[in-house]
Ligand binder design. Structure first.
Ligand code: NAD
Ligand code: MG
Length: 403
């Protein structure tokens, strides 16, 4: 029986994880569930899965959740705030931590889980992109186990010989090929990209996901973050990580070996497959996913990403090559710009402009501690807000200066 802390249980990955867990009550139990603001949904989940702990963002949220739980006869205890997230991530009550909080907010509890030697099922790619070597050092030093939930990295993990993520590249590997759907704007007239609305950007053709990652998929910043994630997980330099657009999202990624073999993992685009793989690893369990019908799909196509259409992808490669704090700055700037876009405060095309502007202007340095990461995160956010403010008043000039 595996006992789970599920960080970010009310999100898209959280819901898919609980769907798989509910199919196997004999294998998995829930120790803790966490959510930021959605205490209604968290209360429902607590009634169904009976965790020992539930954590929300604020004291008010905790009071509201507690009232709902007591009314429903639930004995789940309630905590709130970042310290409580760390507590449930490192608690001895769970052996496995599913890291499914979106963005930088997931870093502290995910790192705490690594330091407590847990098995970490990692969806929160931003945490690894920000902290890179620090995170992997914590995993190694405390004998934690890292299993990727991100579908591409989970696919690569499945195509590699058995190994520990973060333990270096396998000698026979030539390169890894991350597939990308190309998102909703793959064929849209580039002259109209500035008119894209948040509603259009979050409508992904193949995957149903949270709002932030959906925008990242549209700009292909998601693939850029995944390139950095793959670098850390599989120990390959940027030159040996390739991105290939594959609009059907059936091949979830590939590993090319030196002897010419290319291994791929295929499946319907449903996150319950990588989640079930990582939850049950090394066993295989039923995930509720439709069997793949290749005859019905008939055609799988591939194309190279258009760098002019997807500038965020090139920015992520540049940050990875630069090293040090550049990836954390890229991530922070992107989070701020995407939030502004989703709130209707800036244009879709400003996302790449703001990220490029922050990477250009920020003072890059080496990462020696978590404090270095948090400091660059703060600086990059402040700079991104400044650029966004300038963009609102003088959109043309800022776009010109940051390019
Ligand atoms: P989502 O927006 O649907 O859910 C996010 C979860 O994080 C929610 O439970 C929310 O309550 C919690 N959260 C948000 N802000 C928080 C904060 N400040 N403090 C604490 N908790 C907070 O997002 P998602 O689509 O489930 O994605 C989660 C993570 O998984 C992201 O890092 C994403 O990149 C990654 N991921 C998602 C998918 C997918 O298919 N959705 C696939 C691969 C990777
Ligand atoms: Mg992915």
């Amino acid at each position: 029986m595996k006992s789970l802390t599920l960080l970010g249980s009310t999100g898209s990955i959280g819901a898919s994880t609980l769907d798989v867990v509910a199919r196997h009550p004999d294998r998995f139990s829930i120790f803790a569930l966490t959510a930021h603001t959605n205490h209604e949904k968290l209360a429902e989940q607590c009634v169904q899965f009976k965790p020992e702990w539930a954590v929300v963002g604020t004291p008010e949220g905790a009071r509201a959740l507690e009232a709902r739980l007591r009314e429903a006869g639930s004995a789940t205890r309630v905590g709130h705030g970042p310290a409580a997230l760390v507590d449930v991530a490192e608690h001895t009550g769970a052996d496995t931590v599913v890291a499914a909080i979106v963005g930088a907010a997931g870093l502290a509890p995910t790192l705490a889980a690594a330091r407590a030697g847990k098995t970490i099922l990692l969806a929160n790619k931003e945490a690894l992109v920000m902290s890179g070597a620090l995170f992997l050092d914590a995993v190694c030093e405390h004998h934690a186990t890292l299993l990727p939930l991100d579908s591409e990295h989970n696919a690569i993990y499945q195509c590699l010989p058995p190994h520990k993520a973060g333990s270096g590249v396998h000698g026979g590997v030539d390169k890894i090929i991350l597939t990308a759907s190309g998102g909703p704007f793959r064929t849209r007239d580039p002259a109209t990209l500035g008119d894209i609305t948040p509603e259009q950007a979050v409508k992904h053709p193949n995957w149903s996901m949270g709002r932030k990652i959906s925008v990242d998929s549209a700009t292909m910043m998601n693939k850029g973050l995944e390139v950095i994630e793959a670098h850390w997980l599989f120990g390959l330099p940027a030159e040996r990580i390739e991105v290939l657009i594959h609009p059907q999202s059936v091949i979830h990624s590939m590993v090319a070996y030196k002897d010419g073999s290319v291994l791929a993992q295929l499946g319907n685009p449903d996150m319950r497959t990588p989640i079930a793989h990582a939850l049950a690893y090394p066993d295989r369990v039923e995930a509720g996913v439709q069997p793949l019908d290749l005859a019905a799909i008939a055609t799988l196509t591939f194309e190279k990403p258009d760098e002019a259409r997807f500038p965020c992808l090139g920015l992520a490669f540049a940050a990875l090559r630069q090293g040090g704090t550049a990836s954390a700055a890229l991530n922070a700037a992107n989070e701020v710009a995407v939030e502004a876009f989703l709130a209707g405060r800036t244009r879709y095309t400003s996302i790449a402009d703001v990220v490029a502007g922050v990477l250009d202007r920020i003072e890059h340095r080496a990462v020696r501690s978590l404090d270095d990461v948090l400091e660059i995160d703060r600086e990059a956010r402040a700079l991104a807000l400044e650029l966004l403010g300038a963009a609102q008043h003088k959109p043309r000039r800022v776009a010109a200066t940051v390019r």
